[in-house]
Design a protein around this ligand. Structure first.
Ligand code: 9D3
Length: 248
């Protein structure tokens, strides 16, 4: 996978491959990432790439020409690629999107600043993606989040863990709780089943907790799932225990 990030802050977004899974992906040779400074494509001596909005109003708009040239240069550098604009107007980024994008040979990530790009650049954009309904000051952090999420799906990037296909989001559920030593901490004990050594029992408990957490915290996720017989039974048990414990 080859990724080009088009940004006014190239030294910021380059940091994403210095840590964690994206770094491992680069070291494993399955990811190359480079950041391209949109200002390098300004025709002006002062490297300006923004101008005032037609129709008036506050803020500045990113000019079409430098953006378009940056996109062309990125395409020339990495070959076939999906052009993605990180934008508050975009479709919400989901794990489905992440998995789909991880199979592409190349991604060009366009990071907006100010009020965003001149609308005419959108012709060259395949998809607009958003991180959610909150206001950031630019597309750089969402682009870095996308690189991180996609890296997890590149073969060899996770090393021995191989947990991407296993993580709870793959099943559409929230994660189960986790515990580590000590067994007793400030009066709170680790659930006994986790000390039992009975792997099947532990797996059942974890599935039940994942179902319960999703039911409590993200009922919208649960509504989109078809639970099998065992899952239905485990969730019923969780709900019954939650109401006994005064949880509902
Ligand atoms: C305060 C400016 N807003 C006017 C009502 C519009 C606006 C323009 C540019 C809001 C945010 C931005 C910059 N944000 C992004 O580029 C962005 C973003 C976000 O703000 N939230 C969630 N996902 C994303 S992806 C890109």
């Amino acid at each position: 996978m080859k990724i080009e990030i088009l940004t006014l802050f190239p030294e910021l977004v380059e940091q994403v491959v210095r840590f964690g899974i994206p770094r491992k992906a680069v070291e494993a040779g399955v990811l190359t990432l480079s950041a391209r400074d949109i200002r390098d494509y300004s025709p002006d001596r002062d490297r300006r790439i923004d101008d005032r909005p037609y129709g008036g109003g506050p803020g500045m708009v990113m000019e079409a020409e430098p953006l378009s040239q940056a996109i062309d240069a990125a395409k020339a550098a990495i070959g076939p690629a999906t052009v993605i604009a990180l934008s508050p107007q975009g479709e919400p980024l989901t794990q489905d999107w992440v998995r789909r994008l991880a199979r592409e040979p190349g991604l060009i990530l366009l990071c907006g600043r100010y009020e965003g790009p001149d609308e005419r650049v959108m012709e060259a954009v395949d998809v607009e993606l958003s991180l959610g309904d909150f206001v950031l000051s630019g597309g750089e952090l969402p682009a870095m989040a996308l690189v991180d999420a996609v890296s997890r799906w590149l073969p060899g990037a996770l090393g021995h863990e191989q947990s991407a296909p296993n993580d709870s989001f793959a099943a559409g559920l929230l994660d189960h709780p986790h515990y580590t030593r000590p067994e007793h901490w400030r009066g709170a004990a680790v659930p006994e089943v986790l000390l039992s050594g009975d792997h099947a029992k532990v797996a059942r408990w974890r599935l039940k907790q994942a179902l319960g957490a999703t039911w409590l915290k993200r009922p919208d996720l649960l509504a989109g799932l078809e639970l099998n017989e065992e899952q239905t039974r485990l969730l019923r048990e969780f709900i019954a225990e939650a109401s006994v414990n005064g949880g509902t």
